[in-house]
Each structure stands twice: as C-alpha cells, then as structure tokens.
Design a protein around this ligand. Structure first.
Ligand code: DON
Length: 556
C-alpha cells in the first residue's frame, strides 16, 4: 500500500495512468436519472459526439425533464476522464457563488437565522454555474457544436414530455412553495394544482433560453439583455443579484483529488468546494485497515458507521478553496488515517461526543447524477444540483430558469445552531462571491484492469452512498448490485446509525444497539446512484441505474 506524504500528494494530483493494452469499451453507456436524458446522450454519441458532448446533452436534457433536480439556474461538478496515450483526469467546478451583496448575516431577522429565507425565493439563490459549464465543456472538449449538443433538450422543452410518478411526487413535496410563485405555478403545475402523471410539461421559455445559449454561448446568459432580465426580476422579488455577479461568474478547472489505494487502484474524486471526495478517501483508507470484507453484516455496519462518523467529523474544516486553505494533506496524511482507524473499537461504538467536535450537516433533498462512457474510454461523471427539490421554487419570468437555493449549503449561523438545531462552521460562513461547501462527489476508481464511475444525489448521504457502492465494486459484485444494495449511514452528528427499511434485520439491529449504536430505520429509501464499469482487459462494459429512481442506463 502506498501512502500519501505532503509532497507525494502534489505529485499525485498530476498523476496519470499510463495506458496499458486496454481494450476500448465494447459499448458506450449513458446512465442518468431520467430515460429521456439518457436517450439524449445516446443520440449525441450516435452523431459522433464524445463523452463530453453527451454530458452537455444530458445536462441540458435533465434541466428540462428533471426540473426538480438540476437546471440552468443551478450548479454542479463534472469529473472527466480523457483517454489517450496517458489517461488524464479533470474536474470542472460549476458550483454556484454567493452574490456580492451576500454577507454572514444575510438570513438573520432580529438576530435569528431564518432558514426559510435561504430555502425559498430568490434570496436563497446563488449565481448559477451550469450555463457557463455547458459552454466551457463544449469549447474545451466537445467534438460537436454546442448547438448540436443542446438540440435534444431544446426539442424536449418545446414539444413537452409526459411527467412520471417521480415528478409528481417531487412536486407534491414542494407544492406550497411552487404555488406561491406565480411563474413556477404556471409552468410546473396544472392550473395551480398537482399535475397527474402523463400530463405534458411544455417549457417554451426554457426552449428559447437554451436556443439563445446554443446560438451565442454562455455570454448570452451572463451578460446583456438576458442578464438584465434576470437581475431585474430577481431584485423586484427581493433578491440581491447584480449584473456584476453574473459578469464575474466563472467555472473553475480544479485538480481532482487523486488518492492511491491498495492493489494499484486509485480513487479520483471531487476536491473542495466538495467535502465529499475527502470523506470518501478517508473512508476507503480507514477501511483498508479494517477487516470489513470478512465481517458479518452487523459487524460490517459497525465498522462502516465508525468510519463514516470519523470521516464526516472533518467536514467542518473545509470550505471554498478560493477563500480558505483546506488542510487536505493533513486530512489524508497516513498518521491521521491510522489514528482514526486505530481508534475504532471492534465491538463498541465511539459516541460522537467523545470525538472533538465538527459541524453538523444540513443539505437539501434533491439533485441529480449521471455517468457517460464512450467507446474511446473517455468518461464523465457529473453531480448537478438546485439543492432542494425545484430549488428555490422561483422561476424567473420569461426565461424558464428555475433558481437554486444553494445558499442554504452555507453555514448561515456559525456560532450557534440554526432553526433546525444544526451547528455551523466558520470556514463555510456566507461571504460575497464564495462557493458553499458541497457533498457532491462524482468519483472514479481505476486500476490497471478496471475502471468504474460512481455518483448519486442525496445531500449529506452522498459520500457514504458512494463508499457503499465502491465497496460492492471492490468486493467483485456486478454493477446492478453496486446501485441496489441496502444502505446505512452515519454522519457524526446526529449520532445515529440510519438505515434504509430492510437494510438490517432485527437481530442485526439488536447487536448494533448492544455495541452502543443508536440505530434508526429511515422512513424511506434514498439516493439515485448511476454507475459505469469497464473491464479493460476484455473491453467489456456495463452500467446500472439505481432501482430507487426511474433512471435508465442505455448503451450504444
Ligand atoms: O451540494 C450539496 O451537497 C447539496 N446541495 C446537494 C443536495 C442533494 O444532493 C439533494 N439530493 N437529494
């Protein structure tokens, strides 16, 4: 096993795997949370587009068919694998930025933080990154034009599509907020009411906005008359965006976090402003020191809970790398990993209160993830978000752009607890132009023989879900099992081992309780993992979509 040292980490950030005699994937795959978005990606691959072109098409299509999960008014992270003589990886940070008029006390009324203000309406919205990401991806890595890649989404927005049960359910959860905003109600509801499945959702304004992007690129969104329309409408409704905010927005190429693992594998994952990649890396490194593979289910759940508890604790040290110095080297240093792993007792839970404090998480309820592998071996894994379902539930009139409520991913109250009783952390306080800390963590595991891609929505549960899927892969299971296997979760605080209905038997629960865990069956299943697998010696490839969602993995 190779371990990271401070210097080695920097070298590793530039790490690239020398391609051995890998057989290119026999089949290309697009795995996304909606069949129509996956189909849009396949259409682009058939036209000769590469994985990046397909990623652009899928992003835009998801903005249309999964308006509750992601969109032009939101942000996200893209992890790219470029095949070639030397494989290399890139990470595009299209995370939203706080408006310049934002400040630490933005959501305080009479000294008390109002969570409502950071969740609903235009004051909750940070400056979106997706339009800039589409343009940047197209310019840097696209083979087809931006217009060609956006065409399927434009058609879906203009012609409409029949909504499914998932749409209906999401809209029902967010009905009151959607009804409150006339423009959102007009577009996403059927005469103010929850639409029935099969109802056709048409978004001509969004089609026009996408057409403008297709013709003129991102500047048509961030500058000129369109930007003026956004700012004017947002200010009229109580928001604080300015033209300068939009003009200054930039996506950032960042070095992905690359961490060597046992058996010549490496983890390639999201760096800050995601906290997720570091938690995944810490978890896998700790697990390498624990006999989780041989452990029976309850004992394995114990190890996992203890590992997650420790990894999530360090989240409070992380924030936007443009504003703070993230202690990545220290968090991944051998000494720290060993100390954490060795502090795990075989048969006893460590109460989180016995570990030095960190921050508690509060994140939203919906987001999206997709994965693409083309026949050259180029791959994209992307997690995109509006934060809560339907974001801030505020659509800018005449644009079809539904705004995010990603401002809620900041610690609105760093001193005490917020309205939900959750503790904040100074490094993730609200500051003008800052990116809120995220859990989104599109990831690859790659070794000499295999390549695998992982990712899911799910707020604070994203990193633990990604680790669970990775463990199925490391255990030699098929992709269908990576996405399907039952989930457990621990995030330091609350000090609870949560599990999906059916994930642990009564007996296993009792054993964990005896070990000192507070176990809690969750009210519903969670997550929507989309994965890819490529066996490089044979060229065999496969993909799978989480059975908990209505996504589809399509091949070409
Ligand atoms: O960036 C984050 O961590 C959150 N805004 C993601 C929210 C999310 O995944 C909700 N999904 N179900």
């Amino acid at each position: 096993m190779r371990w990271l040292s401070t210097i080695a980490l920097h070298v590793l950030l530039l790490w690239s795997v020398t391609a051995t005699a890998a057989q290119p994937p026999k089949q290309a795959y697009v795995s996304s949370a909606h069949p129509l978005a996956s189909a849009a990606g396949i259409e682009i691959l058939k036209q000769g587009g590469n994985a990046t072109d397909a990623a652009i098409a899928v992003t835009a299509a998801l903005a249309v068919v999964e308006p509750y999960g992601s969109g032009l008014g939101g942000g996200g992270f893209y992890l790219l694998r470029h095949a070639g003589k030397k494989t290399n990886y890139q990470f595009l940070d299209a995370r939203e930025r706080a408006p310049l008029a934002a400040h630490a006390n933005l959501y305080r009324i009479n000294g008390v933080v109002s969570t409502k203000l950071s969740l609903d309406g235009p004051l909750a919205a940070a400056i979106p990154g997706i339009p800039a990401a589409l343009d940047e991806l197209s310019q840097k890595h696209g083979r087809l034009s931006l217009a060609e890649n956006l065409a399927p989404a434009i058609a879906l927005a203009r012609n409409g599509f029949a909504i499914d049960k998932v749409y209906q359910e999401r809209a029902s959860w967010r009905l009151a907020a959607l009804q409150k905003d006339p423009e959102s109600a007009r577009i996403f509801l059927d005469q103010q009411q929850l639409p029935k499945t099969g109802w056709i959702l048409r978004q001509p304004d969004l089609a026009n906005t996408l057409s403008l992007l297709a013709a003129q690129g991102a500047k048509s969104f961030y500058q000129g008359p369109f930007a003026e329309k956004l700012v004017q409408n947002i200010q009229n409704a109580g928001g604080i965006w300015s033209l300068k905010d939009l003009a200054l927005y930039q996506v950032k190429w960042r070095q992905p976090l690359i961490v060597p693992l046992a058996e010549q594998r490496q983890l390639i994952t999201a760096p800050p402003p995601s906290a997720g990649g570091i938690a995944i890396a810490q978890s896998l490194l700790m697990l390498q020191r624990l006999p989780w593979q041989q452990a029976k289910p309850a004992q394995r759940a114990h190890y996992l809970a203890e590992v997650f508890r420790r990894a999530y604790r360090d989240r409070s040290l992380l924030g936007d790398p443009d504003f703070i110095n993230n202690p990545i080297d220290a968090l991944l240093a051998r000494q720290h990993i060993v100390q954490m792993a060795d502090s795990i007792q075989v048969d006893q839970a460590t109460p989180s209160s016995h570990l030095p404090p960190g921050s508690v998480l509060y994140e939203g309820d919906h987001t999206t993830h997709f994965a693409i592998l083309d026949q050259q071996g180029n791959a994209v894994a992307a997690t995109l978000s509006l934060n809560m379902m339907f974001g801030a539930a505020f659509t800018v009139p005449e644009t079809g752009v539904l705004l995010n409520d990603e401002m809620d991913d900041f610690a609105a109250d760093v001193q005490g607890s917020n309205a939900y009783g959750l503790i904040g952390s100074q490094v993730n306080s609200i500051q003008a132009g800052k990116r809120p800390l995220s859990s989104m963590s599109p990831s690859f595991l790659e070794g000499p023989h295999e390549f695998a891609a992982f990712g899911t929505p799910g707020g604070s549960r994203i990193p633990s879900m990604n680790v669970l899927a990775m463990l199925e892969f490391l255990n030699g299971k098929a992709p269908q099992q990576w996405v399907a296997s039952p989930r457990i979760h621990h995030q330091y605080f609350p000090d609870v081992l949560g599990f999906e209905p059916g994930a642990l038997t009564e007996q296993q629960q009792q054993r964990l309780v005896k070990q000192g865990h507070e176990v809690k069956e969750l009210t519903r299943n969670y997550g929507n993992q989309q994965v890819l697998w490529w066996q490089k010696d044979s060229g065999h490839s496969a993909a799978a979509s989480d059975p908990r969602g209505s996504g589809a993995s399509l091949s070409h």
